[in-house]
Design a protein around this ligand. Structure first.
Ligand SMILES: C[S@@+](CC[C@H](N)C(=O)[O-])C[C@H]1O[C@@H](n2cnc3c(N)ncnc32)[C@H](O)[C@@H]1O
Length: 240
């Protein structure tokens, strides 16, 4: 996958030399191309921002440098703008983007973009209901979430399908050695070696985690009759 990023701070993306995205780049699965759109400004000062028409605080990113930078990309694929007013990024978006051959992210700064920049994009996406200084950190989060879903990136192919949000539920609790630490024990079933019982426990605990932490997700999900039965059992246990 080729990922282009239009940014005023290309060095921030050095963070993606590391960890899983770094490895995916080393393997040639992901090719990350950062473009400083200041290089495309057609004015003597190389400025990319100007005062807002109608007045008001701060500076606005002008359309010209961004439009020219986009035109320089042969195959941009989806063009994704970072903006607080966008659709909130989620696992389903990461899943769908992970099958694309090309993605292009646009990172804002200052007070944001000239409204006409949004017409150049296919998607406007937010990382959550808060305002950051620029679109670089949201873009890095989205690149990370998307890259780990590209086949061949995660060592164990099943680990992404088991993770939180992949099937509309949060992940079950995980434990590792030691089996007991300062009186806190790992649930017996997990050391029983009984795979059927372990799978049943994990399904129940995944439902419990979701009920406790994100009940809104259960409202969105079509539960099987078996899952509804398990949920009733969990609710009964919680009131006992
Ligand atoms: C300081 S913000 C601009 C905020 C804008 N004036 C507003 O009130 O909506 C500068 C840039 O950071 C990025 N940004 C800030 N918060 C974001 C968020 N929650 N999700 C995605 N991008 C964000 C956007 O690219 C935005 O153009």
């Amino acid at each position: 996958m080729k990922i282009n990023v239009l940014t005023l701070f290309p060095k921030m993306f050095n963070a993606l030399d590391e960890s899983l995205v770094g490895k995916a780049r080393e393997k040639g699965i992901v090719d990350l191309n950062t473009i400083d759109f200041r290089d495309f400004a057609e004015n003597k000062q190389n400025s990319v921002d100007d005062y807002p028409y109608g007045g008001g605080p701060g500076m606005v990113l002008q359309i010209q440098p961004l439009a020219s930078a986009l035109k320089s990309i042969e195959k941009p694929g989806k063009i994704i703008i970072m903006a607080p007013q966008g659709k909130t990024f989620n696992q389903a978006m990461a899943q769908s983007w992970s099958t694309e051959e090309n993605l292009t992210f646009i990172c804002g700064h200052y007070e944001g973009f000239d409204q006409r920049v949004y017409d150049l994009a296919t998607d406007t996406v937010s990382i959550g209901d808060f305002v950051l200084t620029g679109g670089e950190i949201p873009t890095m989060a989205m690149i990370d979430a998307t890259t780990r879903l590209i086949p061949g990136v995660l060592g164990n192919e099943t680990s992404a399908s088991d993770e939180s949000f992949s099937d509309g539920l949060l992940e079950y609790p995980q434990y590792s050695r030691p089996a007991e630490f300062e009186g806190k024990k790992v649930p017996d079933v997990l050391i029983s070696g009984n795979h059927q019982k372990i799978a049943e426990w994990r399904e129940k605990e995944s439902l419990r985690q979701t009920l406790v932490h994100r009940p809104d997700m259960l409202e969105q999900k079509e539960l099987t009759n078996e899952q509804k039965k398990i949920l009733r059992e969990i609710k009964r246990e919680m009131t006992e």
